[in-house]
Write a protein that binds this ligand. Structure first.
Ligand SMILES: *[C@@H]1O[C@H](CO)[C@@H](O)[C@H](O)[C@H]1NC(C)=O
Ligand SMILES: *[C@@H]1O[C@H](CO)[C@@H](O)[C@H](O)[C@H]1NC(C)=O
Ligand SMILES: *[C@@H]1O[C@H](CO)[C@@H](O)[C@H](O)[C@H]1NC(C)=O
Length: 351
């Protein structure tokens, strides 16, 4: 009796444990019955916008998986526990165009981590622990959007010239900057977000070389302007002249308002600006020249193909003609043979 009771209690406990576990699995959000302690570490594939995407979001991954399909164009590995990007981390994924790694623990990125991802266009590394960036990042020929907000990046990281990436959006909010990034050239940049840093000074010359800039977010910085000259009014005038959207209006010192009613841009400002514009024009012309050459090459290609097809047709026709002639010859010789035989038969009969 006592043993039976014990069994019954054990059975009930087991049932409760099972039901409890399953309920917990359901409550865990996925509506899949599973042990919540064992995450499903499996990326899913989807095809959308005609791109092959690997969905690895929130899988408690410690590393970028190295067994995904090599042809993926989008890798979404946000909200994981990835700590590092090594030289070989992305080496299998040479078709990557969009890489989402926000909300991980990435602190170090090897100098050549992005070497294999030649076609990368969008990189999101927001909300990590980045202290430094590999310089080779800016050599990516297609990189347009770079998200680096909420890291520990300092001024020194952005002292880079010879940038080849056609950057359009650069997000650097919530880092440790004390001045604007000194990246050059940034001729194609349209959006710069440096909000919530420790930037305390901005001059017109700092942004003169950003001749494509349209949106500029500097909110949440302790910016101070000289009370004794017109630098604030000059910057305000430049922003209005360029039609740049600033999130907050500049608060210029009222003491010098009268004196600064007419401001003049420095020669250096104008020369930085016109250099950038010339650069943009060169880019546009280079692109036009390239497309002209592609067009010419295509025409030549089509012409050669036409000639090839024509030659093939002629060759086939000749071959058919030859074959027909041959058939006729065979037929004729067969006829001759038959005739001979008939003649023989006739002569045989006659004899
Ligand atoms: C990464 O590759 C570069 C060049 O191939 C090499 O200099 C560097 O030491 C490598 N880094 C690591 C961590 O292996
Ligand atoms: C800039 O970044 C901050 C913080 O991420 C964000 O709140 C703000 O909307 C961004 N500004 C623009 C213009 O995108
Ligand atoms: C700026 O340029 C103008 C004309 O190009 C010249 O007359 C002037 O001296 C220059 N000013 C400075 C400070 O170089």
């Amino acid at each position: 009796m006592r043993a039976n009771d014990m069994n019954l209690i054990n059975l009930t406990a087991l049932l409760l444990w099972l039901v409890g576990g399953q309920v917990a699995g359901v409550v865990a959000g996925s509506m899949i019955l599973m042990d919540p302690e064992l995450p499903l570490k499996k990326c899913r594939y989807i095809r959308s916008y005609d791109l092959l995407q690997a969905q690895c979001k929130d899988l408690k991954l410690n590393d970028v998986p190295n067994n995904l399909q090599t042809g993926i164009e989008v890798l979404d590995a946000r909200e994981n526990r990835i700590r590092e990007l090594r030289n070989d981390t992305l080496s299998r994924y040479m078709s990557l165009r969009y890489l989402y790694l926000q909300d991980n623990f990435v602190q170090t990125i090897a100098e050549h981590a992005f070497g294999p991802t030649y076609y990368l266009e969008v990189l999101d590394l927001s909300k990590n622990g980045l202290l430094e960036l590999p310089k080779s990042l800016y050599q990516l020929q297609s990189l347009r959007n770079l998200y680096l907000s909420d890291n520990q990046l300092t001024d020194a990281v952005f002292d880079v010239s010879g940038i080849r990436s056609p950057l359009q959006w650069l997000y650097l909010a919530n880092n440790k900057l004390t001045r604007l990034p000194k990246l050059s050239p940034l001729t194609t940049l349209t959006l710069l977000n440096v909000s919530h840093n420790s930037i305390n000074h901005i001059t017109t010359e700092d942004i003169a070389s950003l001749c494509s800039l349209q949106i500029f977010d500097i909110t949440g910085n302790p910016i101070r302007f000289d009370q004794n000259n017109c630098e604030c009014y000059e910057l305000r005038e430049w922003i209005s002249f360029r039609g740049i959207k600033l999130k907050l209006p500049l608060d210029c010192p009222p003491a010098v308002r009268e004196r600064c009613s007419i401001v003049e841009f420095s020669n250096r400002t104008m020369s930085l600006y016109s250099t950038c514009l010339a650069n943009v024009r060169n880019r546009v012309e280079a692109r036009k020249a390239r497309s002209t050459w592609i067009w010419i090459a295509s025409c030549i290609g089509v012409f050669i193909s036409c000639i090839f097809v024509a030659l093939c047709c002629m060759h086939k026709r000749n071959r058919n003609k030859r074959q027909r002639l041959k058939e006729q010859e065979v037929l004729a010789s067969n006829n001759a043979n038959t005739e001979q035989l008939l003649n023989k038969d006739v002569s045989h009969e006659q004899s």
